[in-house]
Design a protein. Structure first.
Length: 242
């Protein structure tokens, strides 16, 4: 076995051990958030071997796209798009009347009491078909910013940099990322009425574990196929300052 193949095996075994140790961490308050933070760190560690020189964001989202086989990665979150459209200035709203109609009709079809998988979300091409050709974006924002690949990066940033989880906690035994339905309740003169329904993003812990399991396996194949030494992108010097 060549030195590179030996290094690949040692590296992959080490990454699997790190993953296993994260899964086995016990605790009470905020333990799921802490585990997710460490899992995001592991994804960035894995991405370092195949995207040297790239920004942290590009390494992260490209690794998920290229190695983790997340089918809904490039779908557009209709929920996030709805919130964004609600903030558009009234002078520009007529430009996007067809898109707004599409968003409202799509959300009206969401199940109201069960988890809603991201597979229900539209593609970038679908959203583009509702945008005036002269625009190329939505009120200055590119469509890809509303894809799940971009949104999970923002989720990662909130956890890693602010110790804050966006979206909602797991409320269903459903291991794929999904929307959780909620209901606004109004109370007036001792009368309770349902005023509106809304949906919140949820990234289950086991979903991140699956991303890493799949990502590690595909990374190992990639490293072997292209004869890449995974340690070449790490600084192994005693000097910490480049």
């Amino acid at each position: 076995m060549s030195d590179i193949k030996t290094n690949i095996k040692f590296y992959i075994d080490s990454m699997k051990s790190v993953h296993k140790s994260i899964i086995e961490i016990n605790g009470t308050s905020f333990i799921v958030n802490h585990k997710k933070t460490l899992l995001f760190s592991l994804i960035e560690t894995l991405s370092k071997t195949v995207y040297p020189g790239e920004s942290n964001k590009n390494k992260f989202i490209n690794f998920i796209s290229d190695f983790c086989m997340w089918e809904e990665y490039d779908r557009v979150s209709i929920q996030q798009l709805k919130y964004y459209m609600d903030k558009i200035d009234s002078l520009n709203i007529t430009l996007y009347s067809n898109l707004i109609t599409y968003i409202n009709e799509t959300l009206s079809e969401f199940p109201k009491s069960t988890p809603v998988p991201f597979s229900i979300d539209p593609t970038v091409e679908t959203i583009n078909s509702f945008i005036p050709s002269s625009q190329g974006n939505i009120n200055g924002k590119k469509i890809n910013l509303f894809t799940h690949g971009e949104l999970i990066w923002r989720y990662r940033n909130a956890l890693v940099h602010e110790a804050r989880s966006l979206g909602t906690t797991e409320m269903f035994k459903y291991e794929q990322p999904h929307y959780v339905p909620f209901t606004y309740i109004d109370s007036l003169d001792d009368k309770i009425s349902v005023s509106d329904k809304y949906f919140v993003i949820c990234y289950p812990l086991n979903f991140l574990n699956t991303l890493i399991d799949v990502g590690i396996d595909n990374l190992e194949k990639h490293l072997i196929l292209h004869n890449i030494n995974p340690y070449d992108t790490y600084s192994l010097e005693n000097l910490w300052v480049d």
